[in-house]
Design a protein. Structure first.
Length: 319
């Protein structure tokens, strides 16, 4: 527990965060396995009792950024739907429905929105938004203007695709030292990309020339969905909010652990993370910020254009 870190998080300024990525709608369908299908031996019949809808993908990341107290803008595409079935409190099936490609945003519009931000979070789920022109427009403009870029890469994609990013976050199954070195060597603009590798309930590791482990404390985890999104949001918000890498990683571990104690990709508020770091009672957290309405959905279309505003250069990541 760290009272000092909690106090620093509480007093952190509100950075401007642009989230760029694939928007999803998470639909959790709860029910029971009532019987087996007579026409298909061994095939259980799922009887639905109720369902919940929440923003997913990049929309979930944007909600998490907002809950951590930052200003947020979102660039997304058509909504893909992820449906999960639960029986007896356990997930028993999943079905995905990908949206038709609507062409995505214009790279020039992306450049204008990057100019507004202190940090860009790229949540690439491989659903079609993060094309080469879009990614190069975002990272190239960010490098020119001193804007930080944090990336959660699409599964299986060559990391050199994101060359020039400040930080790449992946899970332990995706971590590859050779790919990391190839990404660093491929960048003309920036050769000091940091890597954050998440290890589920065990915490995460930070690679910035040397490996530093940030273990997580034991928790009663019920759902890992959205934990990686929470790490991405916390890292970006905290480093853009003038925290060093160690502080940002410690906060990301706490925020991800709190999310694991909640069902679905729900945001965790700055107040909740502060209380957790300081060892305070959870009841002090404002309920409405911790449990948003499951019916809340973000628009799937590209948000309205912003008039570019002069902004101060975001801080370079600490060594």
């Amino acid at each position: 527990m760290s009272v000092e870190l909690a106090a620093k998080l509480h007093g952190m300024p509100r950075p401007k965060v642009l989230v760029l990525g694939d928007i999803m709608l998470d639909v959790d369908i709860h029910g029971e396995m009532a019987r087996y299908d007579a026409a298909c031996p061994g095939c259980p019949v799922f009887r639905e009792t109720h369902r919940e809808k929440r923003p997913g993908g990049a929309a979930a990341v944007a909600d998490m950024v907002e809950a951590l107290g930052a200003e947020v803008d979102l660039i997304g595409n058509s909504v893909s739907v992820k449906r999960r079935g639960f029986a007896g409190g356990r997930q028993v099936w999943r079905a995905d429905e990908d949206a038709a490609d609507n062409g995505g945003p214009n790279p020039e519009a992306v450049k204008e929105r990057v100019a507004w931000a202190n940090v860009v979070l790229i949540a690439d789920y491989g659903k079609g938004l993060c094309t080469t022109p879009i990614i190069r427009a975002a990272i190239g403009t960010a490098n020119e203007r001193g804007v930080l870029v944090f990336v959660d890469p699409a599964n299986g994609r060559d990391w050199r695709y994101y060359a020039g990013a400040t930080c790449l976050k992946c899970n332990e199954r995706e971590w590859d030292t050779e790919r990391a070195f190839a990404m660093r060597g491929h960048s003309d603009e920036r050769s000091d990309t940091a890597f954050v590798v998440t290890h589920g309930h065990r915490g995460l590791e930070l690679y910035t020339g040397k490996k530093i482990a940030f273990p997580a404390r034991p928790r009663h985890a019920i759902d890992s969905t959205g934990c990686g999104d929470m790490v991405l949001a916390a890292l970006g918000v905290c480093v853009a909010g003038m925290m060093n890498w160690g502080e940002a990683c410690a906060i990301a571990v706490a925020a991800s652990g709190l999310k694991a104690e909640r069902h679905g990709a729900v945001p965790v508020s700055r107040v909740a993370v502060c209380n957790d770091l300081a060892g305070s009672e959870r009841e002090r957290v404002t309920p409405e910020r911790e449990q948003p309405s499951p019916q809340k959905e973000r628009p799937a279309q590209l948000p309205r254009e912003r008039t570019p505003q002069p902004v101060e250069s975001a801080p370079e990541p600490p060594p």
